[in-house]
Design a protein around this ligand. Structure first.
Ligand code: NAD
Ligand code: UDP
Ligand code: UDP
Length: 325
């Protein structure tokens, strides 16, 4: 099949491309390199079945494909809040363009949505029926309201234009290739621990998250794309940890003498989050397989190798074009 992956040079997108290429598909990676990097897809650059297009999805583009995995959007709060107007344009105009493309070429379209659509949830764990508790005017809104509109667009293109859609609500995912300065909690703790500096826990660390290893997540995305279910489907690991527990786990795995430093909790930071994955189990026969410690071991090894090599230790993400800020 000819498969388009938007955001394919990013963290999850590049792992997905690895799987699709190994399965023998023709893959087009579309990315503006805002938080993605060429090194993530370097091994495919000369492959005859692989194309890389540097393009910003807020602008239209015409391509011929059978499936679209739509992942383009910065996912870390630090990066999506850096240029919030751009983030919402990417979610709304970018998703509109990709749905317009899917409609024209009759491609199947999978949206990478997020557990953020549940906001600061009053229901625990979160099932797909829960409609969420989202602040429409907060600093996370460009992302979570943006993704809610993206889901609406997907369902409207389905109802109005018969576009085949799939909607995945992805919960916190981690693994090799996250940027060193990604700003999300797993990469922050691992980088801090490897550099021997204090781990920064925001708030008192009692807020919870559930962490899914990237290969498990990619398996879930591919199963959803090739299933008969539109979704939305939660994809995540139901093992829930407090952020302090995560800090202590990383501390024990890398250096038990490291200090844990408490910093202010960011505005609108969700108190707790855990996916109800009954739907994914029943519809897709999917559940995560890798426990946190094993996933962390893989992630730590990847960061260790990158941090010790000045050529692959990228400290700054590529900034968006100045005119767009
Ligand atoms: P990432 O930041 O590593 O990847 C996003 C990619 O999209 C990057 O390569 C970036 O350069 C590209 N991009 C951003 N804006 C673009 C634009 N306007 N045009 C073209 N390309 C653009 O993030 P990730 O963790 O790999 O997340 C991928 C997708 O999964 C995102 O849509 C994110 O919202 C979703 N998601 C991720 C998580 C997670 O925990 N990692 C959780 C929920 C949802
Ligand atoms: N679009 C695109 N590539 C395509 C087809 C459409 O980028 O191959 C864009 C198109 O420019 C438009 C959006 O997708 O901005 C929505 O397209 P649709 O055909 O649904 O709406 P219309 O063009 O009629 O407004
Ligand atoms: N967090 C933290 N220290 C960090 C980065 C994040 O304590 O260095 C906390 C953050 O406040 C949140 C949780 O870890 O409660 C997960 O944050 P992340 O940015 O990874 O994802 P999200 O909040 O989008 O789930």
């Amino acid at each position: 099949m000819r498969i388009l992956v938007t955001g394919g040079a990013g963290f999850i997108g590049s792992h997905l491309i690895d799987r699709l290429m190994v399965e023998g598909h023709q893959v087009i990676c579309l990315d503006n390199f805002y938080t993605g990097h060429k090194r993530n897809i370097l091994k495919w650059l000369n492959h005859p079945y692989f194309d890389l297009i540097r393009h910003d999805i807020t602008e239209p583009i015409r391509l011929e494909v059978d499936q679209i995995y739509h992942l383009a959007c910065p996912a870390s709060p630090v990066h999506y809040q850096y240029n919030p107007v751009k983030t919402i344009k990417t979610n709304v105009m970018g998703t509109l363009n990709m749905l317009g493309l899917a409609k024209r070429v009759k491609a199947r379209f999978l949206l990478a949505s997020t557990s953020e659509v549940y906001g600061d949830p009053e229901v625990h764990p979160q099932s797909e029926e829960y409609r969420g508790n989202v602040n429409p005017i907060g600093i996370r809104s460009c992302y979570d309201e943006g993704k809610r509109v993206a889901e609406t667009l997907a369902f409207d293109y389905h109802r109005q234009n018969d576009v085949q859609i799939r909607v995945a609500r992805i919960f916190n995912t981690y693994g090799p290739r996250m940027l060193e300065n990604d700003g999300r909690v797993v990469s922050n703790f691992v980088v801090q621990a490897l550099r021997g500096i204090p781990l920064t826990v925001y708030g008192d660390g009692s807020q919870t998250r559930s962490f899914c290893y990237v290969s498990d997540l990619v398996e879930g995305l591919m199963r959803l794309m090739n299933s008969d279910h539109l979704g939305p489907v939660n994809l995540g690991n139901p093992e829930e940890y407090t952020i302090l527990q995560l800090a202590q786990t990383v501390q024990q795995m890398i250096n038990p003498d490291l200090e844990i430093q408490f910093k202010p909790l960011p505005q609108d930071d969700p108190r707790r989050r855990r996916p109800d994955i009954t739907r994914a189990r029943e519809w897709l026969g999917w559940q995560p397989t890798l426990p946190l410690k094993e996933g962390l071991r893989e992630t730590i090894e990847d960061f260790r190798a990158r941090l010790s090599n000045p050529e692959t230790s990228l400290l700054e993400p590529v900034a968006p074009p100045v005119a767009d800020r």
